[in-house]
Design a protein around this ligand. Structure first.
Ligand code: ASP
Length: 165
C-alpha cells in the first residue's frame, strides 16, 4: 500500500455545525481525525494538523509554510493530500502547484457541508482525494483538486458556486 501524508489546514471539511444555532465552527476534537480507520483501507495514512483555520484566514505566509512542510516530508511519502476550506482552496492549490517540486501526486480537497451536517461531503471527498493520490495516473500532473467526483488541475480550477456541492 502507498504511504500518504494527509495535512489538514481547516475549512468547513474540518468544522462541525452547532445544531442549536446553526453556526459552523472549528471544534476542539478535530472531526477528520476520527476517520483514520476508513482511510487506512486505501493507504497508509499519516495525518498532520498544520492549521485549523477558515480558509479566508489563510495568508501567503501560511501557504509558504504548507509548501515548505510538504517539501520537507517529500522523501517519506508516495503522495500528499491537503484538506482546505473551499473559499481560498484554489489560491493555495495554485501556490502549491508553483512551489512544490515533485512528480508525486499532491491533491487538495475540501467540503461544502461540515462533518456533522446531513449529506456531509467531507469524508467522501477525502476518500476520493486519498484514492487519487495513490494512483500512478496522478503523478506528473501538478497539484490536483478533487471534489464531488471530479478531478481538476490547480491551474484551472475555480469555485463558482457558493452553495452547490
Ligand atoms: N468558509 C469555509 C472556508 O473556506 C468554506 C468552506 O470550507 O467550504 O473555510
Amino acid at each position: 500500500m502507498k504511504k500518504i501524508l494527509l495535512i489538514h489546514t481547516g475549512g468547513t471539511i474540518a468544522m462541525s455545525e452547532d445544531h442549536q444555532t446553526g453556526a459552523v465552527t472549528t471544534t476542539q476534537d478535530h472531526p477528520l481525525l476520527q476517520d483514520q480507520a476508513i482511510l487506512n483501507q486505501f493507504a497508509f495514512v499519516e495525518e498532520k494538523v498544520i492549521f485549523h483555520l477558515p480558509s479566508p484566514h489563510i495568508t501567503p505566509a501560511h501557504m509558504l509554510d504548507l509548501g515548505k512542510y510538504i517539501q520537507s516530508r517529500m522523501d517519506e511519502f508516495d503522495g500528499f493530500v491537503i484538506t482546505h476550506g473551499t473559499d481560498t482552496l484554489e489560491e493555495t492549490a495554485y501556490f502549491l502547484d508553483l512551489y512544490v517540486q515533485t512528480k508525486k501526486p499532491v491533491v487538495v480537497t475540501g467540503a461544502m457541508r461540515s462533518s456533522n451536517e446531513i449529506g456531509s461531503d467531507g469524508l467522501y471527498n477525502l476518500i476520493c482525494a486519498v484514492r487519487v493520490a495513490t494512483t500512478e495516473e496522478a503523478s506528473e500532473k501538478g497539484v490536483l483538486v478533487v471534489m464531488n467526483d471530479e478531478i481538476h488541475t490547480a491551474t484551472y480550477v475555480t469555485k463558482t458556486a457558493a452553495l452547490n456541492l
